[in-house]
Design a protein around this ligand. Sequence first.
Ligand SMILES: [Zn+2]
Length: 286
Amino acid sequence: MQLHNTGAEFFVPDGVDPATALARTTHLAVGAHPDDIPIMAYHGILECFGRDDRWFLGVTVTDGAGSPRSDRYADHTDGAMRLVRIVEERKAAAAGEYTAALLLDYTSLAAKDPDGRSIVEELAAILDATHPDVLYTHNLADKHDTHVAVALRTIEAVRAIGPDRRPRAMFGCEVWRDLDWLVDSDKVAFDVSERQNLAAALIGVYDSRISGGKRYDQATAGRRLAHATFSESHAVDDASAVIYAMDLTPLIQQPSLEPAQYVAAHLDRLRSEIMERIARLQRPGG
Ligand SMILES: [Zn+2]
């Protein structure tokens, strides 16, 4: 497969030929920026780690050139940062034993352009070539424009391929806004308690992000622990790390379902749950 942009990168950690790397894919994540995938889609990486019957493909849409920088990266130009982030993405792919990492090298501006077709077409071609069982991307209630744009392009891409090539399940995961607010029946909870050493390694390789002044490594582990502890007020923790996702599968099974309408129904259920509890517990007239 020929990637669209000349600066795009197709990295295969174990060195098999690219066609084989794509064909063996079972779990695929589409992230906006380098480092989003280990934060949001660690469940997929874990499902495939150390196995020869499941393989994880990481697809990163933008180049990450505009990321904030400090410490030893303070004087890096956008071009130098882009190269640093490619190397970091390769390190994560190697540590996580991905089948491959595809860095599509679009600008953030291109990703956010609602009329830009090349990203949708390229994602559709990748999905058609790999036919993954499970697809992860950003959740539609994320507060970062590029993340939501990438989630929308990914939904469009799935809808553009033949129904028999679409993934069995699609999940919108957490980066810039967690999904603790979903009512429990809307939550998809991934137990990622296993191999927290691997989880730490995968985020730890993004030194330019963490030394840039953001402790994504600690915050990600903290969020997963908090979800595990606060998920059930009356039960003993049986997981020590949980990632929440919004099930996006209905959006790929029902092409007429609007993403905004789908998310609005989640918000309505949250509102009803909160209002119903207050009404039930409040003293009449109090
Ligand atoms: Zn991001």
